[in-house]
Design a binder for this molecule. Structure first.
Ligand code: TPP
Ligand code: MG
Length: 370
């Protein structure tokens, strides 16, 4: 016997537009939404501060790679508003599942940037304890972190935790099966997830129009939950929308897709030469101060009379100090002990693994490796 289609007690029609109505046709916070969000001058200054610091760290990451200190660097210049706005919008009890470019999110979570860089030096696969920071490992295979985040969020829901999960990914990831399966699962199980698509319009050399027919944001409706497309160069908008989406998720109303539109201003990574597939003319519209997340935030602060030279100079000075500290931590980092390969896999390692570990240890003692 066929059962009624909508037996799920929380099944929704996908027409909840309360989050979508926070922004106008340009993806910017409406004046009413801005008033309701009540972001204080101090909060906006904090968003500015973290964006300036993170941009300086990005530049230092590039410098370090060029100087042979890192194997690879994936610049995130242009993503500052998306990453800082979204990360700071989450409560400290929430979780974040990042993708490889989400360095600024990690910094916002308080992870030491010099330690994070040890990944890009090839010293470790995971430079922090995810439970300590509620920040999952960087994920290199495109899209695989999305089902991880959804599964984790469903677990939080089963445990009756008031936790939201933010997952970051590029627009290229929305072509993967993992992404669609995760979106579907999240919709069906009303997982408390905020999907943050950092649409920088390029998946290495593939432009977004060759990747996706239609709009990413519209895909949310097909999975039965709201989607909102925001101007990813305006940190206040990203912050307010992600904060509202996380609250929506925490309150049991299910997932939200936030598509943050900006531009990848640099190469995909230091192994990429973008001049092979895009021109200066492609880049030009995204280079002005009206598209620069930091300049735009400074302008918003000026309009509130909350920005002056003393503040700007102090932030720039702090960014220099943080970049220098990051470099020092990185170059002082040593490879982990080889035995650490046996750690962090099992809470209670099986006897067979312990035997392997002992064999390995004695092989080291016999001079197998340093
Ligand atoms: C499963 C998988 N396929 C291919 C790759 C190679 N690859 C690395 S990044 C990337 C493009 C991803 O683009 P997007 O999702 O838009 O993120 P962006 O790098 O632009 O931030 C590809 C194809 C990979 N890492 N994993
Ligand atoms: Mg991309």
């Amino acid at each position: 016997m066929a059962k009624a289609l909508h037996t799920h007690p929380q099944a929704r029609e996908g027409d909840d537009n309360s989050i979508g109505s926070l922004v106008d046709a340009h993806g910017l916070l409406t004046p009413e939404a801005e008033r309701d969000a009540a972001v204080s001058d101090d909060q906006l200054r904090e968003l500015y501060r973290m964006m300036v610091i993170c941009r300086r760290l990005d530049q230092e990451g590039l410098n370090l790679q060029r100087q042979g200190e890192l194997g690879l660097w994936g610049p995130y210049v242009g993503h500052e508003a998306a990453q800082v706005g979204a990360a700071l919008a989450m409560e400290s009890t929430d979780w974040i599942f990042p993708y490889y470019r989400d360095f600024a999110m990690a910094v916002c979570r308080g992870i030491d940037p010099g330690n994070i860089l040890t990944i890009f030096r090839g010293l470790t696969h995971g430079a922090w304890n995810p439970y300590e920071y509620r920040f999952a490992p960087f994920i290199i295979p495109v899209g695989t972190q999305v089902p991880h985040a959804v599964g984790f969020a469903v677990g939080c829901k089963f445990d009756h935790e008031q936790t939201a999960v933010l997952v970051g990914f590029g627009e290229g990831a929305t072509s993967t099966g993992d992404w669609h399966e995760a979106m579907n699962f999240a919709g069906v199980f009303q997982a408390p997830v905020v999907f943050l698509c950092e649409n920088n319009q390029w998946a290495i050399s593939v432009p977004v129009e060759e990747q996706i027919a239609g709009r990413i944001v519209d895909r949310a409706a097909g999975y039965g939950f709201p989607g909102v497309r925001v101007d990813g160069t305006d940190v206040l908008t990203v912050y307010a929308v992600v904060r509202a989406a996380a609250q929506h998720a925490r309150q049991g109303h299910g997932p939200v897709l936030v598509e943050s539109v900006a531009y990848r201003l640099q190469a995909h990574t230091t192994s990429d030469d973008p001049t092979r597939y895009r021109t200066d003319a492609d880049l030009d519209p995204w280079k002005g101060s009206d598209k620069d997340p930091i300049e735009r935030c400074a302008e918003r602060l000026r309009q509130r009379n909350a920005y002056d030279d003393t503040f700007a100079v102090a932030v720039a000075q702090e960014a220099e100090e943080r970049a220098s500290a990051m470099r020092q931590t990185l170059v002082a980092a040593r490879p982990p002990h080889p035995e650490s390969v046996f750690d962090l896999v099992f809470a209670n390692p099986p006897a067979s693994l312990m035997r392997e570990r002992d064999e390995f240890t004695s092989s080291l003692e016999q001079g197998g490796a340093e």
